[in-house]
Design a protein around this ligand. Structure first.
Ligand SMILES: [Mn+2]
Length: 372
């Protein structure tokens, strides 16, 4: 009995300005589709008995028609090959408001595809195997699901599938608004396998529990990750990582500018950029830059040197008197953190600050869901 475990495919994701010349579409959107298609190609060769997709199939609650029809085509390929697939909803594909409805409903009409998206634990029997699936759910339903999570003695094989961060000896989370976190003690060793989704790096987190990681790189924190999916043999517990070829991402630096004049710093930056950047996604971080050194840098030259990259962003941390602030291309750690920090600095009169924080986060989350 062999299963393929894949996760966090984020179909419909777009980033940067580069457009694919052939299709006229955003290059990263195409990259993400290609990674998924290669996963399906490879899986059809491997012919496992079951595919588990542990969440965030789509990047947003309301995928575009293009992302949706792409997913439909690929799931039909899987269905026609006669390989059953259980796919659970993750936090990126679960509407906060029930009435929004889930796009996963459409997959119920594809033979052999079992979408799990109703915000509660469900059990699916596939031959000799029981799949216990816990999709992204409201916290109390998540908790209830965790308490009901046990293998069934009546089945020869028992696997579980969940979408959440895990906290225990290690912490595996994405720091997103609506993520759910579960204690590692719930990752019972008496399941033959527990397929986890949400955390984007492939990692083992329990005796039989693994994150498959995402199929593409979605942020610079993933620059060094290998991307792919897992093949698990339930007879002997062996797991094999199947890599997917995806676009390279380079997180260069940090270069420390402390005490350097513009000429010296420029030289060091240029030497760091002496690497193959062609078609890659590149970021350069330079720390402790004084305002006068910053003004003396040759940014046109830096732009020339990085012109071949698919995307280049520079993160210069320029010192301002006692503090240091980021200039240009500063990416917010997370909107939530920004908002929390902002509120904590502001005096608020007449309303309860915690309530205000709650409401603010609620609206931010809804806004994020509305965007695609
Ligand atoms: Mn997720």
């Amino acid at each position: 009995m062999r299963i393929v475990h894949v996760s966090d495919t984020h179909l419909g994701y777009t980033a940067y300005r580069k457009v694919d010349e052939e299709s006229g579409l955003n290059q990263r959107e195409i990259d993400v589709y290609r990674a998924f298609e290669s996963f399906v190609d490879r899986t059809l060769e491997l012919r496992p008995d079951l595919i588990l997709h542990s969440g965030d199939l789509f990047d947003s609650v309301r995928p575009t028609n293009r992302a949706l029809s792409f997913a439909m085509d690929q799931l039909h390929r899987v269905s026609e090959a006669g390989i059953p697939m259980v796919a659970i909803a993750g936090n990126h594909s679960t509407p906060r408001l029930r009435e929004t409805g889930s796009v996963f409903r459409l997959f119920e009409h594809i033979e052999g595809i079992y979408p799990v998206y109703r915000g509660r634990l469900e059990r699916i029997e596939i031959g000799e195997m029981m799949v216990t699936a816990l999709p992204h759910s409201e916290p109390e339903m998540m908790q209830r699901g965790l308490e009901e999570l046990k293998p069934s003695k009546e089945f020869r094989y028992n696997v579980a599938i969940m979408h959440a961060g895990v906290v225990g000896l290690g912490v595996f989370r994405m720091n997103e608004f609506n993520e759910r976190l579960i204690k590692s003690s719930y990752l019972r060793g008496d399941f033959d396998y527990i397929a986890l989704g949400h955390y984007h790096e492939q990692v083992e987190v329990g005796p039989t529990a693994c994150y498959a990681g995402s199929t593409e790189r979605f942020s610079f924190t993933e620059a060094d990750h290998e991307k792919g999916f897992l093949l698990i043999d339930l007879e002997n517990g062996r797991r094999r990582f199947e890599p997917l070829e995806v676009r390279e991402m380079l997180d260069l630096g940090p270069v420390d500018a402390y005490g350097k004049d513009p000429v010296a710093l420029q030289e060091e930056i240029e030497s760091v950029l002496q690497t193959d950047l062609h078609d890659r996604i590149v970021r350069l971080t330079v720390r402790n830059v004084s305002p006068s050194t910053y003004k003396g840098l040759d940014f046109n030259r830096i732009a020339d040197l990085t012109g071949e990259a698919l995307h280049f962003e520079r993160r210069f941390e320029v010192q301002q008197e006692a503090t240091s602030a980021q200039l240009k291309d500063a990416s917010l750690t997370s909107l939530e953190q920004e908002f929390r920090a902002y509120l904590s600095r502001r005096p608020v009169e007449g309303v309860d600050k915690d309530r205000l924080l709650d409401r603010g986060l609620y609206y931010l989350e809804r806004r994020l869901e509305g965007s695609s």
